[in-house]
Design a protein around this ligand. Structure first.
Ligand SMILES: [Zn+2]
Length: 104
């Protein structure tokens, strides 16, 4: 899915959510302000983070190998590097792989 499609999907989801919240009155799990913040965070992520976690995982082994070898992985794989900064789960996996490769 391209970035614009993702953005419009998120906007649509937000509108649906707000519509439902106003018609349902009580019982929405989150106050709108918190949800708006969440959407803003999602949008910010969508703008920056073009890589999906599974795409990241596909290249992570190689990324770790090169990083341990002292290569400039930030230049070689800027998308992966960026994803690791954005994504806690992948970052944890990266750290775990680093330990494994380093400790043999
Ligand atoms: Zn990820």
């Amino acid at each position: 899915m391209n970035k614009m499609a993702k953005l419009s999907q998120l906007r649509q989801a937000l509108q649906d959510r707000l519509k439902r919240a106003s018609s349902a009155g009580q019982g929405t799990p989150k106050p709108p302000a918190a949800f708006l913040e969440e959407v803003a965070a999602q949008l910010a992520k969508t703008n920056d983070q073009e890589l999906a976690c599974d795409e990241c995982a596909e290249t992570l082994d190689r990324f770790v190998e090169l990083a341990v070898a002292g290569e400039d992985v930030q230049k070689l794989y800027p998308m992966i590097h960026h994803h690791l900064e954005m994504c806690g789960e992948c970052h944890e996996e990266y750290q775990a792989l680093l330990r494994i490769v380093r400790d043999g």
